[in-house]
Design a protein around this ligand. Structure first.
Ligand code: CTP
Ligand code: MG
Length: 231
C-alpha cells in the first residue's frame, strides 16, 4: 500500500498572513489541497495522513474532509518543528500498524503544491526498489561559504537541492526510528537526512523545477505563473 503524509503543521512565519500559508487559496483550492489531489490521482483510494497545527486543527480537518469526500483521510497534530511533525506522523503510523515492509510511505511539504503525478510515481518506484528515495535537482547558483568577514567560493559540481516527496519502506522507517529520532539533530531538516544518519542509504531521483517550495510571499506569484503554464 502507498501512504501519503502531508506535512501541513507549520506556522508560515516567513510567508505571513492571518492563517498559515497552507490554508491560503491558490486559485480555486487551498494550498494544502493540491498535492493531496495529485497523490489521489496517482494512487486512488490510498490513505493520506495530514499533519496540522494544533491552533488550526479543527479548521484544517474540516477543510480537507470537505474537499475529499470518501477519501481515506487521517489527521495528526504536528509539532513545533518540521521533524517533530514527522515524528507525530510516525507515532500515528505505528499505532495503526502501517510501519511494515509491505507499505511505502511518502512525506511531503504541503508548501510544494505543484508536485506532478510523474514525480510521485518515480519516487515511489525508487523506494520500492531501494527502500528509501528522494527527489533532487542540481543547484544552479554559484555558492560561497561566508563566515563573518571571510568567505570562500564552493564548487557547485555535484551539489543538489533536495525536494519532497521522500518515500520509504515502512520497515525502513521503523528500524531507523528505533535507532534515532527524526528530531535528534537540528540538521535533520528532511526525512532522507535522518534515514541516512540512521544508517540507510537513500536513492536520489530527478526532481522538478515546478516542485519548488512556497516560502516567501513572492513565491505565490511564481506558483500562479507555473499553474497557468501547467494546467
Ligand atoms: N511543517 C510542519 N510542521 C512544522 C513546520 C513545518 O508540518 N512544525 C511543514 C510546513 O507546513 C510546510 C513544510 O513543513 O508544508 C515546509 O516547511 P516551511 O516551508 O518552512 O513552512 P513553515 O515552517 O510553515 O514556514 P516558516 O518556516 O516560514 O515558518
Ligand atoms: Mg519552517
Amino acid at each position: 500500500m502507498w501512504i501519503w503524509v502531508q506535512l501541513a503543521a507549520g506556522s508560515g512565519s516567513r510567508f505571513g498572513g492571518k492563517r498559515p500559508k497552507q490554508f491560503h487559496r491558490l486559485g480555486r483550492r487551498p494550498l494544502l489541497a493540491y498535492a493531496i489531489e495529485t497523490f489521489l490521482k496517482a494512487a486512488p483510494g490510498s490513505p493520506v495522513v495530514v499533519a496540522l497545527p494544533l491552533a488550526h486543527f479543527a479548521y484544517g480537518k474540516a477543510l480537507v474532509t470537505r474537499l475529499f469526500p470518501g477519501a481515506s483521510l487521517h489527521f495528526v497534530v504536528g509539532g513545533t518543528t518540521r521533524s517533530a511533525s514527522t515524528e507525530a506522523a510516525l507515532h500515528y503510523l505505528r499505532q495503526v500498524g502501517w510501519l511494515s515492509a509491505e507499505n511505502l510511505i511518502a512525506f511531503h511539504d504541503a508548501a510544494r503544491p505543484l508536485v506532478s503525478e510523474a514525480l510521485i510515481q518515480r519516487v515511489f518506484a525508487a523506494a520500492e526498489a531501494s527502500g528509501a528515495a528522494l527527489p533532487a535537482l542540481p543547484v544552479s547558483s554559484s555558492l560561497r561559504r561566508v563566515n563573518g568577514e571571510r568567505s570562500e567560493a564552493l564548487p557547485r559540481e555535484g551539489i543538489w537541492e533536495v525536494q519532497t516527496p521522500q518515500a520509504f519502506r515502512g520497515s525502513v522507517l521503523k528500524a531507523a526510528w528505533q535507532r534515532l529520532s527524526p528530531t535528534a539533530a537540528p540538521h535533520f531538516t528532511d526525512e532522507g537526512t535522518w534515514i541516512e544518519a540512521a544508517g540507510f542509504s537513500v536513492q536520489v531521483v530527478a526532481g522538478e523545477p515546478s516542485n519548488f517550495k512556497i516560502t516567501h510571499p513572492i513565491d505565490w506569484e511564481v506558483a500562479r505563473a507555473w499553474l497557468r503554464r501547467l494546467r
